[in-house]
Design a protein around this ligand. Structure first.
Ligand code: NIG
Ligand code: FE
Length: 425
């Protein structure tokens, strides 16, 4: 007999989402790797074995075991696009939108991202950590065990570095794995409104090199977690040429790249993402057929964010079905942020994606686990239940994984195991 630290036994459905050869596409998106009466053996922070309860109990003993009878066991969710570090809220803008103003109108009038930037600039590292921690705790309770976290509400050298410090502080003081992304080019700050090109220069010449230096000394580098640079390529934000120059500068510094593309306006961000071998292209609400084919022929993951459309009261969603049918590798994400999606819940995102984007429950689950892990460069470490991977595991209070998309408005996540430790029961 071999020793494990923790056994999970008798899962009515154990869904592995395993995909040893990279992200899932096409018909593989409908396969969740389902085992009935499934079991997992965990040692330390890693998965040792996944199989039938009969096989696993024949080989392993452990001091602790969990009975998953009547439950689903699945990988912890990966949320690959978040702006979860912010101060205050934008509930007043929410009321303005209810009364008829659009997100873009509010942004053009000096609200939106730059109003969150005012709040972030006024807050200390400690204050930002304190405001963000409960949001991460909500996410964990809802099953998210790994998330990408962007800067982007600092919009100057000091405050963007402050946000990186907040992300690093949170990485050591709560359970989720965090993946940092520098988003200095999230909006043109008020002081550069008439001279946006000067801000682009500042991002390229000062902010990005300092962010790269920060990463070199950070615990993320030491832990093998990648660092990305993202740009909001949009009208009234950064145009295609500016986005290209910023992302090329990031590539030259050794960072991975991501892009907010086609959220409202198709400016060519997808083609740029594919050219630069971006790890992901995100939003894709206005992406054309030609660009879907480009994405399908690339390794760039399509991250779609339907909680944004829902929160903005829009009936238009990214055409996830067409992306999937074209053969793209697709992931889902909350985009949690104070303006366009104050939403910590991956299960709610799955529920919306099934209803408005015609994604099957199997597809929403793969898009929230293994493919989302690839969208943050951690496909080899998290996102599926496979031997050698991080033991990030959920027990659900349902015996059918499809209920994750089918039911909404309640939390089906009962137990969260992060790095082999039960962090939520
Ligand atoms: O992904 N589009 C840009 N960034 C966010 C919104 C951030 C905000 O409104 O504060 C998004 O939707
Ligand atoms: Fe975003």
């Amino acid at each position: 007999m071999l020793n494990a630290d923790l056994l999970i036994l008798h899962a009515s459905q154990l869904v592995t989402c395993a995909s040893p050869r990279g992200p899932k596409r096409g018909s593989a998106m409908r396969e969740v790797g389902l085992l009935e009466d499934g079991a997992i053996a965990i040692s330390g922070d890693k998965i040792l074995e996944v199989g039938s309860t009969t096989d696993v109990t024949a080989r392993y003993t452990a001091k602790t075991s969990l009975d998953a009878t009547g439950k689903v066991v699945c990988p912890g969710f990966v949320d690959p696009h978040t702006h979860v570090v912010y101060a205050g809220d934008r509930v007043a803008e929410f009321e303005q939108r209810i009364q008829g103003l659009s997100y873009m109108e509010i942004m053009a009038a000096g609200g939106g991202i730059v109003s969150s930037a005012r709040a972030v600039r006024a807050a200390s590292v400690e204050q930002l950590v304190k405001e963000t921690r409960p949001r991460l705790e909500s996410m964990l309770r809802l099953g998210t065990t790994t998330l990408e976290v962007k800067t982007g509400y600092g919009l100057d050298e000091t405050n963007e570095l402050k946000l990186l410090a907040v992300i690093e502080s949170l990485a050591t003081s709560q359970a989720c794995t965090l993946v940092p992304t520098f988003l200095g080019a999230h909006a043109v700050p008020a002081e550069y409104k008439t001279t946006p090109e000067k801000y682009v220069q500042l991002v390229i010449e000062k902010m990005l090199p300092r962010a790269a230096d920060w990463y070199g000394e950070s615990l993320f580098k030491a832990r093998g977690i990648p660092f990305f640079c993202d740009v909001f390529c949009e009208l009234n934000a950064f145009n295609l040429d500016q986005s290209r120059r910023i992302l090329e500068a990031a590539v030259a510094l050794g960072l991975g790249v991501k892009i907010h593309a086609d959220e409202f306006t198709p400016l060519g961000g997808v083609t740029l993402a594919v050219d630069l071998k971006a790890v992901s292209a995100d939003h894709l609400d206005a992406t054309t057929e030609v660009e879907r084919v480009r994405l399908a022929n690339s390794n760039t993951i399509c991250v779609v964010l339907p909680a944004v459309n829902f929160h903005l009261g829009s009936a238009h969603f990214a055409d996830a079905r067409a992306l999937l049918d074209a053969g793209c590798a697709l992931a889902l994400s909350t985009d949690i942020n104070p303006g366009s999606a104050p939403c910590p819940s991956m299960p709610l995102v799955m529920a919306i994606a099934s209803r408005y984007q015609h994604m099957l429950p199997s597809e929403t689950l793969n898009a929230s686990t293994i493919n989302a892990a690839h969208a943050v460069g951690l496909g080899a470490k998290v996102g599926s239940l496979e031997p050698g991977k991080q033991a990030d595991v959920l027990l659900l209070k349902t015996s059918d994984y499809r209920h994750l998309s089918y039911r909404f408005g309640e939390n089906l996540v009962e137990t969260v195991i992060k790095n082999g430790v039960i962090v939520q029961e």
